[in-house]
Write a protein that binds this ligand. Structure first.
Ligand SMILES: *Cc1c(COP(=O)(O)O)cnc(C)c1O
Length: 386
């Protein structure tokens, strides 16, 4: 019997174990030097000026929404095809979530739909946009920046799926996801199914120093000990100030050590992901049971490889019976009971809903072997030729 094949999986090496062990035996389990080391290396990797490590991707989104002063009167646009957290961060701050439909081939937020939505409301109605580099597909953030500037909006790039992904701007320059050039803030997750595993973990990147300083404060209770930042007179060596209401959203040092060790070989993982994507693409490109697939896109980070098919549920069940555990990304966020209570309903975003009716994420992770991938492909063919 075939060993179970999940849709995504972490890869832990001896080197990772050594790095974690070393930190566990050091003086600092948390608030130690590994955090800054990880942040510096991650900022360098994404080519952003600043990086702030946090406890998970959702905390990263929450802090971004706070740093951009989201509150009850704020209205923010995101895509329905994402993990709920992309939208929820606005609700944490009391703001309102608006969705715009997806592009039917890229599966990411359709910029024309976003612009139409903005124009349908009075001037100044919206505060920001949260585009998602869904599945690893790099959103054209240059275009979104232009739109955002036209209407005075901020951008949080949800780049959880796309470390190492990039698009090319009209000057022919590679623009890495999360590089801080176009988005005010970008966020990443280090959940084990993502490219870099910390267990739980997240990162915010930015080129804006003021936002960076705010995030540092918000990450630890709104408290600072930095003598140069104090608002009152210094009482002595123990003195700290709570200057704003923040949270404990810190990452631990042993998680940072794991993240750092994983970051060292994240590009190898990306090469494997691209190879796996190419194999799927070639196998399925001329098949009539395929209604769409991720395809081959330069700069795609391939967190997921999505196919669109008829009889999706039957295929999903069949593959499970073959010990292949695919996943569906995502149930549209506006169809969640929580968001339905806010007035959203089926039919609101037809392209997202049609995509959801047919999508399936095939196994995609760097240690998926050629034999395992062949078995997955063969099983899909077997199902449709039966
Ligand atoms: C994983 C993910 C998140 C949340 O990250 P966590 O670390 O699980 O909190 C947010 N957005 C997207 C698109 C994700 O895939």
């Amino acid at each position: 019997m075939q060993q179970p094949i999940p849709y995504g999986k972490q890869h832990i090496t001896e080197k990772d174990l050594e790095a974690v062990n070393e930190t566990l035996l050091s003086d600092f389990l948390t608030q130690g030097p590994k955090i800054a080391e990880f942040e510096k290396a991650f900022a360098a990797y994404t080519e952003a000026k600043f990086a702030v490590a946090v406890s998970n991707g959702t905390a990263a989104l929450h802090l971004c929404a706070m740093a951009l002063e989201t509150q009850e009167k704020c209205n923010v646009i995101t895509t329905p095809i994402t993990f709920a957290a992309s939208a929820n961060c606005i609700r944490y701050c009391g703001g309102n979530v608006y969705f715009a439909d997806i592009h039917p081939e890229a599966y990411t937020l359709d910029i024309n739909k976003v612009e139409a939505l903005i124009q349908s409301k009075p001037e100044g109605f919206f505060s920001g946009i949260i585009p998602v580099d869904f599945a690893g597909y790099p959103v054209d953030l240059r275009a979104f920046r232009k739109l955002a500037d036209d209407y005075g909006l901020w951008i949080i790039e949800d780049a959880c799926h796309a470390p190492g992904g990039f698009f090319v701007n009209p000057d022919g320059q590679k623009q890495l996801c999360g590089n801080g050039r176009y988005a005010n803030l970008a966020i990443f997750s280090f959940h084990p199914v993502k490219h870099i595993a910390c267990g739980e973990g997240g990162m915010i990147t930015t080129n804006n120093e003021m936002l960076y300083q705010k995030l540092l404060l918000l990450r630890t209770h709104g408290i600072t000990k930095d003598p140069t930042l104090l608002q009152e007179s210094n009482h002595g060596g123990w003195y700290y100030e709570m200057q704003t209401l923040g949270y404990n959203y810190r990452l631990t040092d042993f998680q940072a050590a794991l993240g750092l060790s994983q970051l060292n070989r994240v590009d190898e993982g990306l090469v494997s992901r691209k190879e796996i994507a190419r194999n799927y693409y070639e196998a399925f490109k001329d098949q009539n049971f395929i209604k769409g697939q991720s395809g081959i896109v330069d700069g795609h980070a391939y967190h997921l490889y999505v196919i669109e098919v008829e009889k999706r549920k039957e295929l999903y069940d069949y593959l499970r019976s073959k010990n292949i555990f695919c996943q569906v990304h995502y149930i549209p966020v506006h169809q969640m009971p929580y968001y339905k209570k806010m007035g959203y309903k089926s039919g609101d975003f037809p392209l997202a809903e049609q995509y959801y009716a047919r999508c399936l994420s095939l196994p995609m992770y760097p240690t998926l072997t050629a034999e395992e991938q062949e078995y997955v492909i063969k099983s899909v063919f077997d199902f449709y030729s039966a």
